[in-house]
Ligand binder design. Structure first.
Ligand code: GLY
Length: 373
């Protein structure tokens, strides 16, 4: 069989976005996934596209998140057309709620620190005008008008299907065992179903990339560790919210079908994909504190995903040093869905020999000693 131009390893939202962007350039691409499309954290993520309310401070994550957010409307329109799947992009904006006077002061400072983002500080009455079901005891909220959300598993599937309409080969249930090399040049991957040859291999395996010895052999390891996020779904009657509502680490995301997602815990170094009684109790408590009427909502289920986190919370995107033909697009932690279109654009540029643009320099894998070794 002829070698592919590009082999993409990992059928999460990043791998599917990369495969689609490369297929769009009319290059041949094989997308290999050990289980099924979006069977990892992409299948359970809330799909928030919320760079301002996610970012702790101005910096590369915020800048790159905003750049990627801007790519969504055109991408989603294109995917609907090509795949027939609607990823349900909704753009209701978000309210970052202050539960105390201290939080209100911090949010007002953030408003002042980010003057170019159309953020608006709302007092209690104005916030409750937008979301009347918010608890009367809140101290106000920061409105971020551009923040949006998609259905993450639908986005991954739409990207994968759209890639196949452009000639990409999607192979699910095919675990990859390791890289095949000719000296320092990568020339394919060994899978459970045999050898797949390709000129470039893009590792988009999320957490599995953290178990990199198996992939890279003596070449090295990757600084990626799991952070479990538990999330649950409520069925409020009538629908409780219109916007995304956040307070501290808790967020509420209203879905098109009337359900309400409540996320998410942040549990470091937990490899267990179960939702737990403690996690569900924490999320329910915080949701009802923010929106008291939710005490009457139906409980529709709870689940968990393992976010692939790097020490600095930024993904690893760029060539793997010392191995020609290996590109990393992994470790997206809380921002995989948001950064998927931009990551795909960056990887495509690398495959086309354009290098990584200056603004993506903070994502270079060799910023970590483990990767340089
Ligand atoms: N992006 C939201 C989360 O990781 O929980």
């Amino acid at each position: 069989m002829r070698a592919a131009d590009v082999i993409v390893v990992g059928g999460g939202v990043i791998g599917c976005a990369v495969a689609y962007a490369i297929a769009r350039e009319r290059l041949s691409v094989v997308l290999l996934e050990g289980e099924d499309v979006a069977s990892g954290v992409s299948g359970v993520a809330a799909g928030m596209l919320a760079p301002v309310s996610e970012a702790a401070s101005p910096g590369p994550l915020l800048r790159l998140g905003l750049a990627s957010l801007a790519l969504f409307p055109d991408l989603v329109a294109e995917l609907r057309e090509r795949s027939g799947i609607d990823p349900e992009l909704e753009r209701p904006g978000s309210l970052r709620v202050a539960a105390s006077d201290g939080e209100a002061r911090a949010l007002r400072e953030r408003d002042r620190a980010l003057p170019s983002f159309d953020l608006e500080w709302l007092d209690v009455a104005a916030a409750r005008q937008i979301e009347p079901s918010l608890a009367p005891g809140i101290r106000g909220a920061l409105f971020c008008p551009h923040e949006s959300h998609v259905r993450s598993p639908l986005l991954a599937r739409a990207l994968a299907v759209a890639a196949t309409t452009l000639g990409a080969e999607l192979r699910v249930g095919v675990p990859v065992r390791g890289l095949v090399r000719d000296g320092s040049r990568v020339c394919g991957v060994e899978t459970a179903a045999g050898l797949v040859e390709g000129a470039t291999v893009v590792l988009c395996t999320g957490l599995a990339a953290g178990q990199a010895r198996a992939w890279l052999g003596e070449a090295g390891t990757l600084p990626i560790a799991p952070v479990r996020g538990q999330i649950l779904s409520l069925a409020p009657r009538p629908p409780a919210l219109r916007t995304i509502v956040r307070s501290g680490s808790t967020y509420l995301v209203p879905r098109r079908d009337g359900s309400l997602l409540v996320g998410a815990t942040e549990e470091r170094a937990v490899f267990d994909r179960r939702a737990t009684a403690a996690g569900v109790a924490q999320l329910l408590g915080e949701a009802i504190r923010l929106v008291p009427g939710l005490d009457d909502a139906g409980f529709a289920g709870a689940w968990a995903g393992l976010r692939p986190a790097t020490p600095d919370q930024l993904p690893l995107v760029g060539p793997y040093p010392g191995l020609d033909g290996l590109v990393l697009a992994a470790g997206h932690h809380r921002s995989g869905v948001l950064l998927a279109p931009l990551t795909a654009q960056l990887v495509t540029g690398l495959v086309l020999g354009k290098g990584l643009p200056e603004e993506a320099a903070p994502l270079r894998p060799e910023r970590f000693a483990e990767v340089r070794a």
